[in-house]
Design a protein around this ligand. Structure first.
Ligand code: CMP
Length: 139
């Protein structure tokens, strides 16, 4: 059964370029409730663990280096059909393919620096949310 929560990170280049507030506004305007929110910098070790599922991919090293290069903003979001609806809101991995009105269309620079992460399954949303937040940080 689908859960009503998903997990997101605003990635280093979007945070660095001052897009955090605008991206959070797009998320709010799309009807998501913020359950948990924090700004933090991942160590290379933590980024490697978070993206472990991509370990065999050719871009894994680049991804880990990039995701630990500066602060990110992590959040757990709540809405009916959260995971699917959020992936629609963020748009395609490659901003060249992202639809108008999506976060990546507005703010992504490239396939690697693509502004935001969104969980790709309910199971991963739970795992990824728990990676960044403990129960006392969820409201
Ligand atoms: P994300 O949704 O965070 O999940 C995995 C990430 O890997 C993805 O967003 C991109 O940032 C990155 N990624 C996917 N494909 C490529 C690629 N071909 N080259 C570089 N990075 C990629």
């Amino acid at each position: 059964m689908a859960t009503n929560r998903t997990f997101t990170m605003i990635k280093p280049e979007a945070v660095e370029n001052g897009h955090t507030g605008a991206i959070l506004k797009m998320i709010n305007d799309a009807g998501f409730r913020i359950v948990a929110l924090k700004k933090k910098q991942l160590s290379a070790e933590a980024a490697g663990e978070f993206y472990e599922v991509h370990k065999e991919r050719p871009f894994y090293g680049e991804l880990v280096e990039y995701m630990s290069s500066g602060p990110i903003v992590a959040a757990i979001l709540e809405k009916d059909n959260a995971m699917v609806d959020f992936r629609e809101l963020i748009g395609s991995t490659d901003p060249a393919d992202a639809a108008d009105g999506t976060i990546r269309k507005a703010y992504a620079e490239s396939k690697a620096k693509n502004a935001v992460h969104g969980s790709d399954s309910d199971e991963n949303a739970e795992i990824e949310g728990s990676f960044h937040f403990d129960a006392s940080e969820m409201f």
